[in-house]
Structure formats: structure tokens, C-alpha cells
Design a protein around this ligand. Structure first.
Ligand SMILES: [Zn+2]
Length: 377
């Protein structure tokens, strides 16, 4: 089981220069490999290692790591077309020998090999990500893309517990972000209010069009995303507390429907994919099985008799047996009975790309803003 957190680092000349030499080194290896048409690691090591140590100030591990990158590129190129060229600021793959996440009493910091020496940069890890800190740190990618970012990969072993019985249906939607078949409602009222606030602020800033308003806009969208991620984390955490062993969700493509502008605004503005992927991976760690089913008829069938019914104002009414209930709850009941719906496909668990916060110096982390607690109805 792996998880990645993304941390923004302050601009450091040493890191940028190291990326350049790292790129130079990888390109040298590609040159050698290309000339004699080999992608053999051992061979390329013997041919290039000492040369590159002489030509650059890269420490040994980074020479090897850049060579590995070059070898990968050579392998994919299959020596067809033109010789690949690495970009100027090549993403550096750090491993346990060239990178460490350490802490003192006061703070966490990362230590990274550079062409000068090892440098230490203090970072703040928001409380939300502390859970990863007792995982094993595997590797880190240093990326230069409108700023320096470090993607730290953590891993831990999964002991898969015995999966208990029962199916929990989870319907995601507009009126309620999620409704579960054990009758929990995660309603979207507060979320909608806050989204609207963001929307208004955005419109206001866009109409100004000054440079400072553009900067604010960017900041705002980061804030909104972090908030949305935070809410999705919370909802998914609550959902997987269910007693059922299997969680059934819709294959989400189905909910992209055409029900008017306002409806679509909510659909596209909430990250349902993210919510589902959080449920998947949190469920996975907690020994749940995840099943995704074709949403066809999930919301149109009666969960009691299976006949078609109609929806109006958030209610489902069965035209056959007269059963009537909250439409989303009806859908979640149908999902829980997933075995009656065809196309039930068990999906592999995807690991979400978890974004940490933007790092601002060492003093202030932008923590996710607390939103009012999400109350089930
Ligand atoms: Zn019915």
C-alpha cells in the first residue's frame, strides 16, 4: 500500500543546479547508450559512471539514479525514431540513501543530496498527514514545475483482515454528497453554501482582472481544492466505519447526465471521483471489499420490488407497489443489493494522490480550514 504526499519547497539554488546536472548526466548516458545501441544498465554504468563523476559534482547516488532514468528512457525508445533528450530540469528520483525525512523536537525537515552538500529544509506536515509518518518512507521525487515540489512516497504492508458479511450501498449525488444503505446522509447544504461563496469570490476577482486579483484567484482555487479534499476525506472516513464488509458504489461515469445547467454545475464542481477513490483506499486499508456496478437503473428501480418508479423532488415513488422513500436512499438500497444488478465488477484499489498543503516558509502551514462538521440528517 502506497501513498504520496506533495510538499512545496522554497526555491533553492542548490536544488535547481542539481536538477540541471542530473539532466546532463542522464543525457550523457543516453548518448553513450544510443551510440552503441544498448540499454544494459551494467554496461552503461561501466562506460559512464567515472566520466560523469568527473564532469559533474553529482554525488554517487544521483549519478546512479540519473543513469537508471536514462536506461528506462532508452528501453522505451527501443532505438527507433530520434534520440530522446531529457529536459533541462529533470525530475530527480531520490531514494533512502540520498533523501531522508527527519525530525527534531521542533519540526520536520527533509534532507536532500545536492551537488554541493546535503541540505536540510524544514517542512511542516499538517496534522492530517501525520498518519503516514509511521509508514516507511520509500522514495521522493523532486519536481520543478512552476515551483519546487517534493513528492514523498510512503508505504506500508497491508494485513488483509477477514472480510465480514454484508453489503453497504453508497450513492453519491447532488442533494446529498453521499447516502449509505445503513441510512446515513451526508448532505450537501453547507458544502453548497461554501461552494457558492467561492464562486462569488471568483466572479468578483475575475471581473477585476488586475494582477493582484489574478494572484488571489490562484490562491483561492488552491484553498477551495484543499477544502474539498478535506471534506472528501472526512466523508469517506465516516462511510467506511460501516459494519458491512463490502462497499458497493456506482461506476461513476453514469452520473454525468444532462439535467440542466444548475445540476451540471454541482456535478462538475464536486470531486466525486476523489470521494470514491478515498472510500476505496480507506476501505482497502480497513479490510473492506469494494465493488463498482453499472449505475443503470440504480436510481430508477424500486428497492423493494425491483420495478421501475419515478423520482420527484428528491423522492422515489414506485409505480408498482407504491413504496416511497428518499430517492438517494432508494438508490443506496439498490446498490446494497448489487448482486441483483448485472455488471458488478470488482475493481482494483487505486491509490489516491494526496496533496499536502502548500508549504510557506517554515512558519505557517496552510492547514485545511475546518468546515462545520458534516452531520448525517
Ligand atoms: Zn416497488
Amino acid at each position: 500500500m502506497k501513498s504520496t504526499i506533495k510538499i512545496k519547497l522554497p526555491y533553492r539554488k542548490e536544488l535547481i543546479e542539481t536538477m540541471q546536472q542530473y539532466s546532463y548526466s542522464a543525457n550523457r548516458v543516453i548518448d553513450f547508450g544510443w551510440n552503441i545501441q544498448t540499454n544494459n544498465k551494467r554496461e552503461l554504468h561501466d562506460l559512464t559512471y567515472y566520466k560523469i563523476r568527473e564532469e559533474t559534482n553529482l554525488p554517487a547516488q544521483l549519478v546512479c539514479s540519473s543513469r537508471d532514468k536514462a536506461v528506462e528512457v532508452l528501453k522505451t525508445s527501443k532505438f527507433k525514431h530520434s534520440k530522446p533528450i531529457m529536459k533541462k530540469y529533470l525530475t530527480i528520483r531520490y531514494d533512502a540513501r540520498s533523501f531522508a525525512l527527519e525530525n527534531t523536537k521542533e519540526c520536520y525537515y527533509v534532507s536532500l543530496s545536492t551537488i554541493y552538500r546535503r541540505i536540510k529544509i524544514p517542512i511542516e506536515i499538517p496534522e492530517y498527514y501525520w498518519k503516514y509518518l509511521d509508514w516507511k518512507v520509500c522514495s521522493a521525487d523532486l519536481i520543478y514545475n512552476r515551483g519546487l515540489f517534493l513528492y514523498i512516497v510512503f508505504s506500508r504492508d497491508i494485513i488483509s483482515p477477514k472480510i465480514s458479511d454484508g453489503f453497504l450501498g453508497v450513492d453519491v449525488g447532488i442533494n446529498n454528497i453521499a447516502v449509505t444503505s445503513d441510512k446515513r446522509f451526508f448532505n450537501s447544504k453547507q458544502i453548497k453554501r461554501k461552494k457558492l461563496m467561492f464562486k462569488r469570490l471568483r466572479a468578483k476577482l475575475q471581473s477585476k482582472g488586475t494582477r493582484s486579483s489574478k494572484r488571489l484567484l490562484k490562491k483561492l482555487s488552491g484553498r477551495e481544492n484543499r477544502w474539498m479534499t478535506w471534506v472528501n476525506h472526512n466523508i469517506s472516513k465516516e462511510i467506511i466505519k460501516c459494519k458491512e464488509g463490502t462497499i458497493v458504489m456506482e461506476n461513476i461515469r453514469g452520473i454525468r447526465s444532462n439535467k440542466g445547467k444548475r445540476f451540471n454545475f454541482w456535478l462538475h464542481s464536486w470531486s466525486y471521483y476523489q470521494l470514491q477513490s478515498f472510500i476505496e483506499y480507506k476501505g482497502f486499508i480497513n479490510g473492506k471489499r469494494i465493488i463498482k456496478v453499472n449505475p443503470y437503473h440504480t436510481s430508477k428501480s424500486c428497492s423493494r420490488c425491483g420495478e421501475l418508479g419515478s423520482r420527484s423532488k428528491g423522492f422515489f415513488v414506485c409505480s408498482h407497489c407504491g413504496y416511497s422513500l428518499n430517492a438517494d436512499l432508494n438508490a443506496s438500497f439498490n446498490l446494497a443489493k448489487h448482486h441483483s444488478i448485472s455488471d458488478g465488477v470488482s475493481v482494483p484499489v487505486t491509490v489516491p494522490d494526496i496533496q499536502a498543503y502548500e508549504h510557506k516558509g517554515s512558519s505557517s502551514a496552510i492547514a485545511c480550514e475546518p468546515m462545520d462538521k458534516i452531520h448525517p440528517l
